[in-house]
Ligand binder design. Structure first.
Ligand SMILES: [Zn+2]
Length: 338
């Protein structure tokens, strides 16, 4: 089910911003902090070269977008005293950028391309990041948006927002490692988050050896008959092991549900189990861009704006689990063309 994404024309963009887009589509957490954010625009598809813009009011932003119909719209994750000069940094959202383009374990489309299945996998990663931040780290004010080729997560936790890159890097490492590792094997999470007041839930007491995400990914790999060659790509895993995996896929799925690595080890041997799990881990961890998380001056696509390269709407997503970009993020002008 490969989808053809096509580029929006100048006319498409104008009709989008004037006939479909509404200022109320911009989420409140951005409208409420609008005048503190730097806006960046890409007017011709060559990148966001028009920087250092400030809007005093939602109306001023609306007027600009309707008149200029930019190719892409970005706003800063940081709040500044003078966003038009990028001066007086106050605080910044904690951000996770999950890009489906970086997916390397897949049989749905070519590496470097993105299809609806890739987007669904990126969504699973996003859901797991949100879950870990909420349940393990007790972070509050977590917002998600569909970014066109993946998902953005912005966290407005009052204790985290003033923090520098180092703390953000720690959080990134924690979330990344937790996506694969059982809490038992984890190093302690960043000290900041062990603050008594944070009420970190039993992070280190849990006994689940597989994260939900790892389970989902492994199931997808095993269930999908065409993925045999993907398993053969795993360093150290040959035809014999791949046959074992597919010959016992039913059992393996059950073991995953019961969190039993022991059985998998017995079947594949410790070395191959390790190789297999590590490969799954690396393939999905790559979707999260650490550079974005640690950068406190980054600009990200504005939810509600048009991703012109693929003619999709970037949108705020309230219910990630049930969100379907192929229905909800398609601008009217592409539907008219069908
Ligand atoms: Zn794909």
């Amino acid at each position: 089910m490969s989808v053809k994404f096509h580029e929006a024309t100048r006319e498409n963009r104008t009709s989008y911003y004037n006939e479909e887009w509404r200022i109320k589509d911009v989420p409140d957490y951005i409208l409420e902090t609008l005048s503190k954010r730097e806006f960046g625009f890409d007017h011709d598809g060559t990148g966001p070269k028009d920087r250092y813009n400030r809007f005093e009011s939602p109306e001023a932003l609306a007027e600009f977008l309707q008149k200029r119909a930019p190719y892409a719209v970005y706003c800063s994750v940081s709040f500044y005293e003078k966003p038009q000069n990028r001066e007086g940094w106050e605080e910044a959202e904690l951000v996770f950028d999950i890009d489906a383009k970086e997916l390397t374990i897949k049989s749905c489309c070519k590496i470097g391309e993105v299809c609806e299945i890739c987007l669904d996998n990126a969504k699973n990663v996003a859901m797991e990041v949100v879950r870990l931040m909420r349940e393990d780290l007790a972070l509050e004010g977590i917002y998600t948006s569909y970014s066109g080729r993946g998902y953005h997560i912005r966290v407005h936790d009052k204790d985290i927002m003033p923090q520098d890159s180092e703390v953000r890097a720690n959080i990134f490492d924690y979330v990344r490692d937790r996506m694969y590792t059982s809490p038992k094997d984890m190093q302690k999470p960043p000290a900041l988050l062990f603050d008594e007041e944070r009420k970190v839930k039993d992070v280190l007491e849990r006994t689940v050896p597989f994260s939900n995400l790892t389970k989902e990914i492994m199931k997808t790999l095993i269930r999908d008959g065409t993925s045999e060659r993907l398993i053969l790509n795993v360093p150290g895993i040959g035809k014999t092991t791949a046959d074992k995996i597919f010959g016992n896929s039913q059992d393996i799925m059950e073991w995953m549900d019961n969190n039993s690595v022991k059985e998998l080890r017995k079947l594949l041997g410790p070395k191959n189990t390790q190789n297999f799990l590590e490969h799954v881990y690396m393939g999905y961890i790559n979707l999260m861009d650490a550079k974005v998380t640690v950068d406190t001056k980054r600009i990200l696509r504005l939810p509600s704006s048009l991703h012109s390269k693929i003619s999709r709407k970037c949108i705020h997503v309230e219910d990630l689990k049930n969100f379907k970009p192929e229905h909800e993020a398609v601008p009217k002008f592409t539907r008219d063309e069908k």
